[in-house]
Design a protein around this ligand. Sequence first.
Ligand SMILES: Nc1nc2c(ncn2[C@@H]2O[C@H](COP(=O)(O)OP(=O)(O)O)[C@@H](O)[C@H]2O)c(=O)[nH]1
Ligand SMILES: [Mg+2]
Length: 211
Amino acid sequence: MIIKDAKFITSVADRKGILLSNKPIIAICGKSNVGKSSIINMLANKKGLARTSVTPGRTRLINYFDFGEFILADLPGYGFAKVSDSEKKKWAKLMEEFFATENALNHVIMLVDIRHEPTRDDLSMINYLHSYALPFTVVATKADKIGKTRIYGRVQEIGNYLAIGGQSVIATSSETGYGKDKLLQKLQSVIEVFNSDFFAPDEEDLVEETE
Ligand SMILES: Nc1nc2c(ncn2[C@@H]2O[C@H](COP(=O)(O)OP(=O)(O)O)[C@@H](O)[C@H]2O)c(=O)[nH]1
Ligand SMILES: [Mg+2]
């Protein structure tokens, strides 16, 4: 898949703004600073598309991007210690609404740092995805930070730790482009399943219900 001219669509702060689309929606989640914005920029071949930040935890919004064949939803990061309880509650509410909205997403890319053990928040997120029966792929980011020979081992360890197996984990580096093709292949297969019509929503289901 060749991605050209990915575009920012909109930022969404509450349930009302959650997008529905006739394209597959792929969400990116993970703790603050894990590399969500960087991986979006890498996939888009555009440095400034999603802002990357050294002061993590500031974005409490779902940022949507049009990638041509699919919509990418950049979910607000979690696990940032300096965030207040009320901010955490807002985050949880928005996530719950997002995951519970039918046709709001088709696949989740969950990012973990290749150097570290997945956190308690990561495990909660995985449980969450399981409980909503959402298909997901785990990406181990910042692979350039460890030696090449250690990548395979870390991928296996993370896969075992999350009880999904190493073959379900893709190592990437947004610095070097490592793993980009493998991730694009995975996204391609998600898109193909969606376009095979089996999971595509009916047109009438895309009209938002009014309460
Ligand atoms: N070395 C390296 N640094 C990365 C990589 N991905 C992200 N970073 C750095 O990690 C920090 C947080 O990245 P960002 O994409 O903003 O994370 P986000 O909070 O999940 O969106 C930034 O300083 C990035 O430059 C990577 O693959 N390799
Ligand atoms: Mg970000």
